[in-house]
Design a binder for this molecule. Structure first.
Ligand code: CMP
Length: 147
């Protein structure tokens, strides 16, 4: 069976009109998008999602960033999806990605270590948690955009 991972196009990626370019790369690299939705996360929800970073110095800034606009959340599927999506995103620090991984998504649309345009699960355990966080039965408190 194919592996699943959770991907997020963050507010700068979505508002900067990078969605089509990102999706083109996703499909080109052999992923299928099995679920997707646009949500505008509130503070409580982002804090829960990034709970493991709650003691970090960048936490409050990360929460501001992730609540600054809508995000696109996707479940991506392929063999080795978790590692392959992380490779396609490139390094966390988008300013370094531009030099070391010029064809990566973060090189294309990220700015720096925080505003890095996309998220991907870092292990199969977090993929399971993050997919059910956004798409499981208990995900009803995530605020959904109505345009
Ligand atoms: P992400 O992969 O979604 O996981 C945690 C996020 O915190 C990360 O992407 C960045 O957006 C942000 N982040 C990680 N490290 C730093 C840092 N050193 N300074 C600011 N933001 C960071």
């Amino acid at each position: 069976e194919k592996e699943k991972t959770l991907a997020i196009i963050k507010p700068d990626g979505l508002l900067g009109n990078y969605t089509n370019d990102i999706k083109r790369k996703v499909l080109e690299y052999g992923f299928s998008i099995s679920k997707e939705k646009i949500v505008h996360l509130d503070e409580v929800t982002v804090k829960r999602f990034y709970a493991e970073h709650s003691s970090k110095s960048f936490f409050s800034s990360l929460i501001n960033y992730m609540t600054s606009g809508p995000v696109l959340v996707m479940v991506l599927e392929k063999d080795n999806a978790i590692a392959d999506w992380r490779a396609l995103m490139g390094p966390t620090d988008a300013s370094k990605a531009k030099i070391t991984h010029p064809h990566s998504i973060r090189a294309m649309c990220g700015l720096n270590t925080e505003k890095n345009c996309v998220h991907g699960s870092d292990s199969s355990k977090s993929a399971q948690r993050e997919i059910s966080f956004f798409f499981g039965e208990l995900s009803t408190d995530v605020i959904t955009e109505h345009d």
